[in-house]
Unconditional design. Structure first.
Length: 134
Protein backbone atom coordinates (compact mmCIF):
# COMPACT_ATOMS: atom_id res chain seq x y z
CA UNK A 1 0.00 0.00 0.00
CA UNK A 2 1.59 3.24 -1.13
CA UNK A 3 -0.69 5.91 0.31
CA UNK A 4 1.84 6.58 3.07
CA UNK A 5 1.58 6.95 6.81
CA UNK A 6 -0.70 8.01 8.55
CA UNK A 7 -3.09 7.82 5.56
CA UNK A 8 -2.73 4.02 5.49
CA UNK A 9 -3.89 3.81 9.12
CA UNK A 10 -6.90 6.01 8.37
CA UNK A 11 -7.70 3.92 5.27
CA UNK A 12 -7.68 0.69 7.29
CA UNK A 13 -9.81 2.26 10.03
CA UNK A 14 -12.39 3.48 7.54
CA UNK A 15 -12.49 0.15 5.71
CA UNK A 16 -12.94 -1.67 9.02
CA UNK A 17 -15.99 0.49 9.79
CA UNK A 18 -17.35 0.14 6.24
CA UNK A 19 -17.02 -3.67 6.37
CA UNK A 20 -19.34 -3.65 9.38
CA UNK A 21 -22.06 -2.11 7.20
CA UNK A 22 -22.02 -4.60 4.29
CA UNK A 23 -19.55 -7.34 5.13
CA UNK A 24 -17.73 -8.62 2.10
CA UNK A 25 -14.07 -8.11 1.45
CA UNK A 26 -12.59 -4.63 1.11
CA UNK A 27 -9.59 -4.28 -1.17
CA UNK A 28 -7.32 -1.53 -2.37
CA UNK A 29 -6.70 -1.99 -6.10
CA UNK A 30 -5.15 -0.06 -8.94
CA UNK A 31 -2.19 2.25 -9.22
CA UNK A 32 -2.32 3.49 -5.62
CA UNK A 33 -0.93 0.13 -4.51
CA UNK A 34 2.42 1.02 -6.08
CA UNK A 35 2.49 4.80 -6.43
CA UNK A 36 1.98 7.60 -3.91
CA UNK A 37 1.02 10.34 -6.36
CA UNK A 38 -2.10 8.88 -7.94
CA UNK A 39 -5.30 10.68 -8.88
CA UNK A 40 -7.35 8.55 -6.50
CA UNK A 41 -7.34 5.43 -4.34
CA UNK A 42 -9.45 2.64 -5.81
CA UNK A 43 -11.32 0.58 -3.22
CA UNK A 44 -13.69 -2.29 -3.97
CA UNK A 45 -16.07 -4.19 -1.74
CA UNK A 46 -16.35 -7.68 -3.17
CA UNK A 47 -19.58 -9.35 -2.13
CA UNK A 48 -20.61 -12.96 -2.61
CA UNK A 49 -22.71 -13.17 -5.79
CA UNK A 50 -25.97 -13.90 -3.95
CA UNK A 51 -25.51 -10.91 -1.62
CA UNK A 52 -24.67 -8.64 -4.56
CA UNK A 53 -27.82 -9.81 -6.41
CA UNK A 54 -29.93 -9.27 -3.28
CA UNK A 55 -28.68 -5.68 -2.97
CA UNK A 56 -28.50 -4.63 -6.61
CA UNK A 57 -30.48 -7.15 -8.66
CA UNK A 58 -29.36 -9.67 -11.24
CA UNK A 59 -28.34 -7.27 -14.00
CA UNK A 60 -25.62 -4.79 -13.17
CA UNK A 61 -25.76 -1.59 -15.23
CA UNK A 62 -23.12 0.42 -13.36
CA UNK A 63 -23.54 4.17 -13.15
CA UNK A 64 -27.07 3.95 -14.59
CA UNK A 65 -28.17 1.95 -11.53
CA UNK A 66 -29.17 4.69 -9.08
CA UNK A 67 -28.97 2.46 -6.00
CA UNK A 68 -25.51 1.07 -6.87
CA UNK A 69 -24.16 4.48 -7.95
CA UNK A 70 -25.63 6.25 -4.92
CA UNK A 71 -24.12 3.77 -2.45
CA UNK A 72 -20.76 3.85 -4.23
CA UNK A 73 -20.77 7.65 -4.14
CA UNK A 74 -21.80 7.72 -0.46
CA UNK A 75 -19.00 5.33 0.49
CA UNK A 76 -16.51 7.28 -1.65
CA UNK A 77 -17.39 10.54 0.08
CA UNK A 78 -17.37 8.93 3.54
CA UNK A 79 -13.95 7.43 2.78
CA UNK A 80 -12.63 10.78 1.57
CA UNK A 81 -13.91 12.58 4.65
CA UNK A 82 -12.42 9.98 7.01
CA UNK A 83 -9.05 9.50 5.31
CA UNK A 84 -8.35 12.72 3.45
CA UNK A 85 -7.74 10.57 0.34
CA UNK A 86 -9.72 10.80 -2.91
CA UNK A 87 -11.50 7.43 -2.61
CA UNK A 88 -13.03 5.80 -5.71
CA UNK A 89 -15.26 3.12 -4.16
CA UNK A 90 -17.24 0.41 -5.95
CA UNK A 91 -19.24 -2.68 -5.04
CA UNK A 92 -18.53 -5.76 -7.16
CA UNK A 93 -19.82 -9.31 -7.18
CA UNK A 94 -17.19 -11.96 -6.54
CA UNK A 95 -17.59 -13.50 -10.00
CA UNK A 96 -17.37 -10.15 -11.79
CA UNK A 97 -14.36 -9.05 -9.76
CA UNK A 98 -12.49 -12.29 -10.45
CA UNK A 99 -13.38 -12.37 -14.17
CA UNK A 100 -12.71 -8.70 -14.96
CA UNK A 101 -9.57 -8.33 -12.89
CA UNK A 102 -7.96 -11.72 -13.30
CA UNK A 103 -4.28 -11.57 -12.47
CA UNK A 104 -4.42 -8.01 -11.12
CA UNK A 105 -3.20 -7.33 -7.61
CA UNK A 106 -5.48 -6.40 -4.71
CA UNK A 107 -4.64 -5.76 -1.10
CA UNK A 108 -7.11 -6.56 1.69
CA UNK A 109 -7.86 -3.60 3.95
CA UNK A 110 -9.94 -3.07 7.06
CA UNK A 111 -8.88 -6.26 8.78
CA UNK A 112 -8.49 -6.26 12.53
CA UNK A 113 -6.10 -8.15 14.76
CA UNK A 114 -7.65 -8.62 18.17
CA UNK A 115 -5.66 -8.61 21.39
CA UNK A 116 -6.32 -12.35 21.75
CA UNK A 117 -4.96 -13.04 18.24
CA UNK A 118 -1.90 -10.88 18.96
CA UNK A 119 -1.21 -12.87 22.14
CA UNK A 120 -1.55 -16.18 20.26
CA UNK A 121 0.94 -14.95 17.65
CA UNK A 122 3.38 -13.80 20.32
CA UNK A 123 3.10 -17.14 22.13
CA UNK A 124 3.63 -19.06 18.90
CA UNK A 125 6.69 -16.93 18.06
CA UNK A 126 8.09 -17.42 21.55
CA UNK A 127 7.71 -21.22 21.27
CA UNK A 128 9.38 -21.24 17.84
CA UNK A 129 12.30 -19.21 19.18
CA UNK A 130 12.67 -21.54 22.18
CA UNK A 131 12.66 -24.58 19.90
CA UNK A 132 15.33 -23.03 17.68
CA UNK A 133 17.52 -22.20 20.68
CA UNK A 134 17.16 -25.65 22.28
Amino acid sequence: MSVGFPASVKLHQWAHLARKVFGGGFYQVGSSLDQKNTRDVDIVCILPDDEFRELFGGIHVGEMDCKWAGLCLAFSLWGRDHTGLDIDFKFQSMTAANERHKGKRRSAIGLEITLEERRRCEESTRKQEEAQNA
